[in-house]
Design a protein around this ligand. Sequence first.
Ligand SMILES: Nc1ncnc2c1ncn2[C@@H]1O[C@H](COP(=O)(O)OP(=O)(O)OP(=O)(O)O)[C@@H](O)[C@H]1O
Ligand SMILES: [Mg+2]
Length: 282
Amino acid sequence: MARLAVVGYASIDTIVVEGKPHRTIGGGAVYAALSAARYGSEVSLHVAVGEDFPTHWLRQLEALNIDTSSVERRSGGTRRALLHYGGREERIASTERDAAWWDRTRSLTPPLPRKGFDGYLLCPMPPETLAECLSRASGGLSVADTSEVFALDGASLKKALGRLDVFAPSLEEIRLLTGRHDDEEALQTLSHLVPILVAKRGRAGLTRFAKGERLDHTITPRTAIDPTGAGDATVGALTTALLADLSPGQQLRTAAQAGAEAVGAIGPGAFGWQIRQNSKEL
Ligand SMILES: Nc1ncnc2c1ncn2[C@@H]1O[C@H](COP(=O)(O)OP(=O)(O)OP(=O)(O)O)[C@@H](O)[C@H]1O
Ligand SMILES: [Mg+2]
């Protein structure tokens, strides 16, 4: 089994679907870790959490075969997200974040992984933190995801890209990063900056570019119960498939399967995560 460090931010999410709130659900890198473990990696989660991060969540992650010995607890609160989905699965724009979110982002910089893992999955994080993580990742496979707010800082992010093995952003992030609105142009432009690009295209599936070769994986979209975490779950499974040396076609199939699983339940419920409402610890 390949040893994988999943590095990023864990969050405490409130997910509102069709007007109904689901409060206090584990999010962020939790999806990537759960998905990577489900698909066969030996995962060590590297996140810093606040005082409010429930202890039983850590136990739950351990029960799902995720090593939490590198999780650091720091003062203040965990980063929180409020996600709203309407009938058309629209999300609230995530390019705008408030001061509290940036404060938590700085205070909860992920613990840097040690050298020696087989793989490093670098979940959305500020470009300078990504660069620091990459200095630890030499010798292992490095895969990074990003989010819209970090893709806006295109110049800094682009500097780190050439040092990655695989970059797996969403199409919207690729548009922001390249400043190109035409999808094909944006994809082509970014594909020249990174050894392997896997573009997450939502209901259109996945597209991989490596050494000038393009591979499209189209999907039959299912009705999403909750689209949160599809991207993170996709990247968790993709990294596991890469570490297992699967063919590019199988890598994309595995990754897309995890994304489809993720949207089939509220929060990370599809990956065995138990959602307990109104727990005393919360
Ligand atoms: N409705 C769906 N049915 C089946 N598969 C889906 C669906 N939505 C997403 N997926 C799969 O999950 C992958 C990742 O989803 P998406 O492109 O939305 O990632 P993302 O924008 O990074 O999401 P996130 O907000 O979770 O970071 C898609 O490329 C697709 O393969
Ligand atoms: Mg994403």
